[in-house]
Design a protein around this ligand. Structure first.
Ligand SMILES: [Zn+2]
Length: 418
């Protein structure tokens, strides 16, 4: 390695220019047990080799709320939500009295690592499962024939050079457009990633899956192991093509139902506030909500609440903590400090539920008919542990440092021995 290795600075952090393609994979909802159980079952031979000999199995924390958007954006900016501004899948704009999906690039307060590297001449490739993340991840990138590549498997048939930096994706991958609720939606990402690694050899690649499987199947189950075995085969191919791979997750996943009955454990928080303050006086926001809720019914372990002027925050905090299933309640400032969130995108109270419990608004507003298996979900502190596995050994990393999933590019570019 030459002494004049280029370094790219973005959002207050420095990243070494990769001498081999660097691939960061965000496995949506990958509680660490999924990989451990799949290795035990003997269905991830490549991963087993990586964690036992070839690379390193670090553990990390994700950002709380342990939801998809804030964590994906943290990973690709290298900083927590207090800096980049994406604190949930959506938020309540108090001034405009409207609930806003956090899919709009205008809500992003910092550039991405990809933008900084592209400006310095790097080739970037980003593939996501659902299209909702694509525009945030590809924010400010230049596309076109020689630009970045950024598309979703959901809308892979609609990719154009102008918008996505690539066309004819289905031909390249040799698959049909998968259903948005399927394992194939994620498989498509890796199949495309391998083809792009062969054809384009990007400097940085980011592959981000969907947690449809993890919402349905527990670690070690047949459905989960088949999914992890599939990913293992593609990662082995990326490794064989010479990429340095960092694997992490946006959040974990836990059972949120009664083990005996299979019924979900739900605290309907809007009902509680309506009872205490009168109907509609407080507004409960569940930042897990997005347009695709069939697999979790918009139920997660995190909520934020906007209170009417003059509300007794201390008194309400005490009353909320008395509810069975509510574990932690913070005021805005305290909660935003603890979880590194942007105070202007959070309500007056932040509530987290117990490991086996989720928070809803009112019973009437949650459609549970799509839950064909007992509820598994995320959002809270109990889904904060995530894997951080590097396909190569690392050196120089302070072992006492609390790693986050948003250190994935840092570890892969600055500490992995290539
Ligand atoms: Zn997720």
């Amino acid at each position: 390695m030459s002494s004049e290795t280029k370094t790219i600075s973005v959002n207050g952090r420095d990243y070494r220019w990769p001498d081999k393609p660097c691939v960061v994979v965000c496995i949506d909802g990958s509680e660490p047990d999924y990989i451990e159980e799949a290795i035990k079952a003997g269905v991830m031979p490549w991963m087993q080799k990586v964690v036992e000999q070839q690379g390193v199995d670090l553990r990390a924390h994700c950002v709380v709320p342990s939801f998809t958007n804030p964590n994906n954006i943290s990973i690709v900016t290298g900083v927590p939500p207090v800096v980049h501004g994406i604190c949930g899948n959506f938020y309540y704009d108090r001034d405009g009295d409207r609930e806003v999906m956090m899919n709009e690039p205008s809500l992003l307060r910092t550039p991405t690592i990809f933008k900084a590297f592209q400006d310095a001449g790097a080739k970037i490739a980003i593939i996501t499962a659902k299209d909702k993340l694509r525009r945030l991840l590809g924010n400010e990138l230049r596309f076109g024939a020689d630009g970045a590549i950024c598309f979703s498997s959901e809308k892979s048939d609609q990719a154009t050079l102008a918008e996505n930096g690539i066309e004819n994706v289905l031909e390249l991958v040799g698959m049909e457009v998968p259903s948005v609720y399927s394992a194939e939606l994620s498989e498509f990402i890796f199949a495309a990633g391998v083809k792009l690694m062969e054809r384009e050899r990007p400097d940085l690649m980011y592959l981000s899956t969907t947690d449809y499987i993890q919402h349905k199947f527990a670690p070690g189950s047949e459905g989960a192991n088949a999914f992890y075995a599939m990913m293992d085969r593609y990662w082995a191919q990326l490794d064989a093509l010479g990429a340095v791979i960092a694997l992490t997750a946006d959040h974990g996943m836990n059972a949120k139902h009664d083990a005996a009955t299979g019924e979900p454990n739900i605290v309907y928080l809007q009902d509680e506030f309506d009872r205490l303050l009168g109907p509609g006086r407080a507004r409960v926001i569940l930042p897990i909500t997005d347009p695709y809720v069939v697999h979790h019914g918009a139920l997660g372990s995190y909520a934020t609440v906007y209170l009417p002027d003059g509300a007794d925050i201390d008194g309400l905090t005490k009353q909320m903590l008395e509810i069975d299933g509510i574990d932690l309640v913070y005021g805005n400032r305290e909660g935003c400090e603890r979880f590194e969130l942007a105070p202007d995108r959070m309500g007056d109270l932040i509530l987290l539920s117990r490991r086996d419990t989720v928070i809803g608004t009112t019973a009437a507003r949650h459609d549970l008919s799509g839950l064909d298996v007992p509820l598994r979900s995320h959002g809270g502190l109990t889904e904060q542990a995530v894997p951080l596995i590097i396909s190569r050994p690392v050196s120089g990393l302070d072992r006492g440092r609390q790693l986050h999933n948003y250190d994935a590019f840092d570890v892969a570019l600055n500490y992995a021995r290539h």
